[in-house]
Design a protein around this ligand. Structure first.
Ligand code: FES
Length: 165
């Protein structure tokens, strides 16, 4: 196996393994660390997580492909997640998504060297719909006219999802 976790990541994973009675609960954190270190979760990265936690590849693959915050392909530095779930849909989430698609020249699910664009399920900001999240940064009550300004802000302040761990 040519991929290896850094010493720091190995230490974090070992500390988490101490905290739980089994290694399964550590999968999410290990996947976040793998994405942070390798940029995306290739087959090899999933094998490394499985090997590190003594878990079957199928289990790790199932977790990695269930959650939208994990990337199986290389993506942009900042992934823009636009919620179109019920509250956001009712308050113009699809118009916001269309504005991002138009300003970035991307279709949802695509990425370029700077940005990835994802149509997202509820991101727990329904009271301020429509909402957009990038890494740990939320944009609330977003209107299509603000999209250009948000993109400019994110170009100057990239918010990688790897900040999460
Ligand atoms: S429906 Fe969009 S944040 Fe909940």
């Amino acid at each position: 196996m040519s991929l290896e976790f850094s010493a720091e990541a190995q230490k974090k994973i070992a500390a988490l393994c101490e905290r739980y009675p089994s290694k399964k609960p550590v999968v999410l954190a290990a996947l976040h660390l793998a994405q942070k270190e390798f940029g995306h979760l290739s087959d090899e990265a999933l094998q490394l997580v499985g090997h590190t936690l003594d878990l079957p590849y199928a289990h790790v693959f199932g977790v990695a492909t269930f959650y939208t915050m994990f990337r199986r392909e290389p993506g942009g530095k900042t992934t823009i997640r636009v919620c179109t779930n019920i509250s956001c849909m009712l308050r113009g989430g699809y118009d916001v998504l269309a504005a991002f698609e138009s300003k970035l020249g991307l279709t949802k699910g695509q990425s370029n060297k700077d940005f990835g664009l994802v149509e997202e399920e509820c991101i727990a900001a329904c009271a301020n719909a429509p909402a957009v999240v990038c890494g740990t940064k939320y944009f609330l009550d977003v209107e299509p006219a603000q999209v250009e300004e948000i993109i400019r802000y994110l170009r100057e302040h990239p918010h990688p999802e790897s900040e999460v761990v």
